[in-house]
Each structure stands twice: as C-alpha cells, then as structure tokens.
Design a protein around this ligand. Structure first.
Ligand SMILES: [Cu+2]
Length: 106
C-alpha cells in the first residue's frame, strides 16, 4: 500500500515495456504520465500493462485508484534512456573510422 516496488523502472528507448502490477492489499492502479497508459489491479490479483517506450526522459507514474489517505504519495518513476541501437551504430562507425586511420598510418 502506498508504495511501488521497484519505485524506479529503467528501460532503453524503443523497448517494449511489460509491467505486471500485483495488488497485495486493496485495488491499485498505475498510470504513466507522458505515455498516458494505465492499468488497474484488484486485490490479490495482477494486471498487465504493455507499451513501447518511444519517448526518452523521466516520467512519473502513480496510482490511479483512490486507495487511502496516502494515495497521493503513491508514485514512482519510469526512466527511458537513450536509443541503444543508435549509440551502438555510432560506436561501430567510430571503430570503423579508427581502423581506416590505422591502415593509413601503416
Ligand atoms: Cu492509490
């Protein structure tokens, strides 16, 4: 109640995020700001939420069901990092450029 575990979720941009929300006490929800997706889980049940993290940044997620006095404080953060494929491509290009330079020096 009033807490998410983990409270911080980190993914890479472009990842398909599959969140399973398990409510261990009362009905809880999870709404992700910026992505405008939400899910509600009944007590003792779990519910799934799936979306593609196509926007980088840090987004707040919070409970969408009024679950008690501390409900407004039930929140966490979703961190969507850089595009892994893009940086891998940049890294490969740099390695290729370095290889060309080495060949020229010989
Ligand atoms: Cu709540």
């Amino acid at each position: 109640m009033y807490d998410y575990a983990p409270a911080v979720i980190e993914v890479a941009r472009g990842d398909t995020v599959d969140i399973e929300v398990a409510a261990t006490d009362v009905v809880h929800g999870l709404y992700v700001e910026g992505y405008d997706v939400s899910v509600t889980a009944d007590p003792g049940q779990s519910a799934r939420l799936s979306f593609v993290a196509d926007r980088p940044g840090t987004f707040r997620f919070y409970c969408s069901v009024s679950c008690g006095p501390l409900h407004p404080f039930m929140s966490g953060r979703l961190k969507v990092g850089g595009n892994g494929l893009f940086w891998r491509a940049v890294g490969l290009t740099l390695i290729a450029a370095a290889a060309v330079l080495l060949l020229r020096l010989e």
